[in-house]
Design a protein. Structure first.
Length: 198
């Protein structure tokens, strides 16, 4: 079961997976919200995470904090761990196995975790209120008049130049069409005279 706090993040990652066209690519498209340095304490790094299955693969979800990780207060339960020391956590690999593997090779007493953080209830309520206010303002706004749209467009120098070029080319086209029409009219007017003189 996924904690309710993680649902906005999981939804974000799922949408990224759907947009990319491949469920396995969803996490690859998402950048961590923040990077946190965790230090080894007497009882380890203090980050309790478990692989959580979802429609876009398995992710490492922080389910508990203790020791130095809890004391620092930088990580939260519900954070998704995407990176360790700048490298993506391989799909389906647990955070514990990644940290053990890196610690054995580097003998480090600290690791930098790249995490994706869900919005808190207050943050989500603020975002929802802002989106609602914007939608209401857009619904109440009068659509602009055609004159206002034209004035706005002609205020742009690039559009004004393009319109001037079109007008000049239309004047040329109009002059050529008028010359052609006059030539045709002359041909028609002179045609009976030329046929009678032969």
């Amino acid at each position: 079961m996924v904690p309710a706090r993680a649902l906005p993040v999981l939804l974000h990652v799922l949408l990224a997976a759907v947009a990319s066209g491949s469920p396995d690519d969803g996490l690859a498209e998402v950048e961590p919200d923040l990077r946190v340095v965790t230090r080894r304490g007497p009882s380890g790094f203090g980050v309790v995470a478990r692989l959580t299955s979802s429609g876009f693969g398995e992710v490492n979800l922080i389910t508990g904090l203790r020791g130095t990780a809890a004391e620092d207060g930088l990580l939260r339960v519900g954070d998704l761990v995407l990176e360790v020391d700048g490298d993506r956590v391989p799909p389906g690999e647990s955070l514990v196995s990644v940290v053990k593997r890196l610690s054995a090779v580097t003998q480090c007493d600290s690791h930098t975790l790249g995490v994706l953080r869900p919005l808190s209830a207050e943050e989500q309520a603020e975002v929802d209120a802002q989106l609602k206010a914007e939608a209401e303002a857009a619904a109440e706004a009068e659509p602009p008049s055609l004159a206002a749209i034209m004035k706005s467009m002609l205020g742009n120098p690039a559009i004004r130049g393009a319109v001037s070029k079109m007008a000049a080319s239309h004047r040329l086209a109009l002059a050529l069409a008028l010359a052609h029409a006059l030539a045709l009219a002359l041909d028609l007017a002179l045609a009976p005279a030329l046929t009678l003189s032969r």
